[in-house]
Design a protein around this ligand. Structure first.
Ligand SMILES: [Zn+2]
Length: 430
């Protein structure tokens, strides 16, 4: 992931602005004439679902998936409660989004478990079975991917229709079609999805992804990876979704993150149990993935970079390869802060507690090793061998840093810290 410098400030301004609009809206709320007021709350009598209800909902969703794949908008919208215009609008957007994407398969699995139904705007009994969406995108998934949904069904005209469809919070989200309007462009082993009204068109971003990916792969060609062949990839530069748990929250939320999504099927221990990688923009930030090649290159480095290394190696290398002109990207103004900072390489367990400082330290440490101690090829050998030095039974790869440095470089951790802070000394002032 990459922290977004200045994101919190911009977000703060944005929040303040939307609050002002809301406050003004409330003050100006006109008195509605009788009859134009919102109707009474819908009534939802208690209901105990039967096996026939599960089957009816499964059949409904099978028709929905078939309609989405065939491009049959009327058929797709026939599965939702047409009395609720907001719902119809939302579903029309989802349908249109699905048509932009190279869907290879789409299905829903209804499981015999019930959730508490969501609020639904129209009368009728409610039913909320567990529904899993199983989808596969051409070029982006090597196998179908399962995503939780949050659907509530309402009984209307003797059958079930979707009364509410919300994004379920999921750990590894791969549904860029669920939310606002998007456009997509498909390349070899990559699908790029952007906001329809965003700053960058999908085709343009695909060009930049293709170029950056070729360069990053070339830089990292000697990295040992468990995966044979090309990694299928989604670059999701939309504001849709909220993945993965917690990484985007707070003032120091990441600008973008990279993660892998699991393939549907029996669990396997090798990499092929993964359907593909996702590079995802922070939905609450400023569309950095679409506009900033450094963020894109940083995240691509995570796709092709070493896996069995501590976070300081992983993030420092991603920063190094992200392509900045100066020795530490965007950190120049932090020189005094960095020089005064506790002299230690941040460990995996406390990673991110110091926000972008941890990235700057790691970036400097990796830069010092590469630039002054033998180049990129030697550094990647150090990465490939790192797992040999992790103490047995310990989760934290950083515990192997001292041993790995000695084995690969003949250096101590103290040498690395001195080199790193020497690198900060050389930063331009002001
Ligand atoms: Zn990162």
């Amino acid at each position: 992931m990459k922290f977004g410098e200045g994101v919190s400030t911009r977000l703060g301004v944005l929040l303040a602005a939307s609050f002002a609009v809301l406050a003004a809206g409330c003050a100006d709320l006109p008195e509605l004439p009788e009859g134009a007021r919102p109707s009474a709350a819908p009534s939802h009598p208690p209901y105990a679902a039967t096996p026939a209800d599960y089957k009816a909902v499964q059949d409904l969703l099978t028709r929905r998936a078939g309609a989405a794949l065939k491009g049959d908008e009327a058929g797709f919208l026939a599965t939702v409660d047409r009395r609720d215009q907001k719902l119809v609008d939302q579903q029309q957007t989802i349908f249109t989004n699905l048509q932009q994407l190279p869907m290879k398969s789409l299905a829903y699995e209804v499981e015999e478990t019930e959730h508490t139904p969501d609020e639904v705007r129209n009368d009728g009994v409610l039913f909320a079975p567990k529904v899993v969406e199983v989808a596969r995108l051409e070029e982006a998934h090597r196998a179908p991917v399962a995503s939780s949904t949050d659907m509530t069904f309402v009984r209307h005209d003797g059958g079930w229709v979707i009364g509410r469809d919300r994004a379920a919070p999921t750990e590894r989200y791969s549904r860029p079609w669920f939310g606002g309007p998007v456009t997509a462009a498909t390349g070899r082993s990559v699908v790029v999805v952007t906001e329809r009204e965003g700053p960058t068109e999908a085709a343009e971003l695909l060009d930049r992804v293709t170029t950056a990916r070729a360069e990053i792969k070339e830089d990292l060609r000697s990295v040992w990876r468990g995966e044979a062949g090309e990694t299928p990839l989604i670059v999701d530069a939309t504001f849709n979704g909220q993945p993965p748990g917690g990484t985007f929250e707070g003032d120091d939320g990441a600008a973008a993150v990279t993660y892998w999504v699991d393939a549907v099927g029996p669990p396997r221990s090798d990499m092929s149990s993964l359907a593909g990688a996702v590079i995802k923009d922070n939905p609450t930030a400023t569309n950095r993935l679409a506009t900033d090649d450094r963020t894109l290159r940083h995240e691509l480095s995570h796709v092709y970079g070493p896996a069995l290394v501590p976070t300081w190696v992983n993030e420092g290398l991603a920063e190094y390869l992200s392509g900045c002109a100066s020795n530490i990207c965007g950190e120049d103004e932090q020189r005094d802060k960095l020089l005064a900072h506790e002299r230690a390489i941040p460990g995996d367990d406390e990673w991110g507690e110091d926000g972008s400082i941890d990235y700057a330290i790691s970036h400097a440490a990796v830069s010092w090793l590469i630039e002054e101690n033998g180049g990129l090829k030697k550094f990647l050998e150090f990465c490939n061998d790192f797992f040999l030095h992790k103490p047995g039974g310990r989760e934290d790869f950083h515990d192997g840093t001292g041993k790995a440095l000695r084995a690969s470089y003949g250096l101590t951790e103290r040498d690395l810290i001195e080199g790193t802070w020497g690198w900060f000394e050389d930063l331009p002032t002001g």
